[in-house]
Ligand binder design. Structure first.
Ligand code: SAM
Length: 262
């Protein structure tokens, strides 16, 4: 994607997708999974394609030192606006950096991080290898690489729930679709991505689903009220449990894969 292909998507992604219960579940579930694998704060984290910081700012609030790298000026402006609302000590722990993920190692001047995150980015690239190699290169020895991307094994879920039956039938072996933000997206499998990571010296350790029931409810036309925070918290706990178990995690349209650099 060109630098500001995300300019037109920034409002949709930040101001709409993330204010839904589904957005809350995504952040909550990934955060819990990350805390199980990351070293303790104040370890340094690099969030590649970090967007408006929805995943890495809560980690900065938890005491981590965060570098958020993103090529999009529009997304970085959103990040800046959100960052300014956080306490001064959290702001001091966050650095925003404009660069392509494919140049990440050079952009961070060869620094290596205890954790490298890349969530919701790979699917927008024609192929994952160049970016994945940079993620691995930026991880310190023993460091964690965390990738969230679309699950190629669950491609029929969305068209089926939207009752687009011909699309559903055609999608079982598909690897691309027009995603919920209206732009083309590409999906991966846990196995293929684990193999790719291994080639760059990172051993996959665990994988999870991310959202399931909220996703299905949305495509079935059910709206959950994000203002009902008690209910949202209950939903999030159910989703976290589902994300850890078969067969639920296998059906999540996105997966979260974590590996350690050998
Ligand atoms: C769906 S958003 C995800 C943002 C964030 N990771 C999150 O989980 O909230 C995708 C982000 O990927 C960024 N992006 C697109 N192409 C990229 C590339 N080649 N390298 C790094 N980031 C990229 C976009 O600018 C956008 O901020």
């Amino acid at each position: 994607m060109s630098n500001d292909a995300w300019a037109s998507l920034a409002d949709l992604f930040v101001d709409e997708a993330y204010v839904s219960v589904k957005g809350y579940v995504r952040t909550y579930v990934l955060h819990q999974q990350l805390l199980e694998h990351l070293p303790a704060p104040p370890a340094s984290l690099l969030d590649v394609g970090g967007g408006a910081g929805h995943q890495s700012f809560p980690l900065a609030q938890a005491g981590y030192t965060v570098t958020l790298l993103d090529p999009s000026q529009a997304m970085l402006e959103k990040a800046e606006q959100r960052l300014r609302k956080l306490p001064a000590d959290v702001q001091r722990r966050v650095t925003l950096l404009q660069a392509q993920g494919e140049n990440a190692f050079e952009a961070v001047n060869g620094e290596r991080f205890s954790g490298v995150l890349c969530h919701g980015v790979l699917g927008y690239l024609d192929r994952p290898d160049r970016l994945v190699s940079q993620l691995c290169q930026c991880a310190d020895t023993g460091g964690v690489v965390s990738i969230m991307t679309a699950n190629a094994n669950a491609m029929a879920v969305r068209p089926a729930l939207e009752q687009r039956w011909e699309d559903a039938l055609a999608s079982f072996d598909a690897r691309t679709e027009i995603g919920v933000l209206g732009v083309p997206g590409r999906a991966d499998t846990v196995e293929a991505l684990s193999e790719l990571l291994r080639g760059f010296g990172v051993e996959a350790r665990a994988w999870y689903g991310v959202w399931l029931f909220v996703d299905w409810l949305e495509f079935s036309g059910v709206e959950l009220d994000p203002k009902d925070v008690q209910k949202a918290a209950k939903v999030a706990r159910v989703e976290l449990e589902a994300s850890r178990r078969d067969p639920y995690r296998q059906l999540s349209r996105v997966f979260h894969l974590l590996g350690h650099r050998e």
